[in-house]
Design a protein around this ligand. Structure first.
Ligand code: C5P
Length: 226
């Protein structure tokens, strides 16, 4: 690994990792890795190619040739697949569910490992995912596990969907969140769990500014001036 300062931010979907990582990366001038987007793009590309989401051999081949890039634009980071902007397509519940299925396959994870490590560069990286602190960057300088109750995560997701003009039923969203959590936590390879040296932040009763402040406090405690 390079002499970059690595911050691993892990936790379940909807705990606020995306927003925290984005703000931390901007504030610190660090690179950003949205590892969930990689699994989402793979699931999306696999469906488009007509692959079954349990066909590990074909998914590994797809993962190896996946032509994926992240482009910073005025309104945020866009995810490109073969030059096509798939940012909104990969945010659907269907793709999230597909992502958590392909992500449960050990050889698929292995095939995507180096691609994720390549994001690490000086002065630093903020990496968002499920196994950033346990598998991808086990020597990360700071490991944060960001959690929130399933009900609060479902409430936030419903708000996000309705603000985007989409319909959302709380009970259904909660059920999807609980199913995805169970799959991510119970898989044999790289399950969602805090690294032994991770600091837990529970965002159930905190807003994003409060979460950011707690995270910055941890960054300062590691000797980084911010
Ligand atoms: O974080 P996001 O919701 O975009 O992730 C989508 C899915 O990708 C997760 O539910 C999880 O199954 C998988 N994932 C993973 N390891 C990561 C990031 C995401 O298994 N590091």
């Amino acid at each position: 690994m390079t002499d970059a300062f690595v911050i691993a931010v892990d936790g379940p979907g909807g705990a606020g990792k995306g927003e925290l990582t984005r703000r931390l990366a901007m504030r610190l001038g660090f690179a950003l890795l949205d590892s969930g987007a990689i699994y989402r793009v793979l699931a999306y590309a696999a469906r488009k190619a007509g692959l079954a989401l349990f066909d590990e051999d074909s998914l590994v081949e797809e993962a190896k040739v996946l032509n994926l890039s992240f482009e910073a634009q005025d309104d945020g980071v866009h995810v490109m697949l073969n030059g096509e902007d798939v940012s909104s397509e990969i945010r659907s519940e269907r793709t999230a569910e597909g992502a958590s299925r392909v992500a449960a396959l050990p050889r698929v994870r292995e095939a995507l490992l180096q691609r994720q490590r390549d994001f690490c560069m000086p002065p630093g990286l903020v990496a968002d995912g499920r196994d950033m602190g346990t598998v991808v960057f086990p020597k990360a300088d700071l490991k944060i596990f960001l959690d929130a109750s399933p009900e609060e995560r479902a409430r936030r997701r419903v708000l996000q969907l309705t603000q985007a003009g989409r319909e959302a039923v709380f009970e259904l969203v909660l059920k999807e969140i609980e199913e995805r959590d169970a799959r991510d936590r119970n898989r044999p390879v790289a399950p969602l769990k805090p690294a032994e040296d991770a600091v837990l932040i529970d965002s159930t009763h905190l807003n994003i500014d409060e979460v950011l402040e707690k995270a910055l406090e941890l960054v300062r405690s590691k000797g980084i001036k911010v």
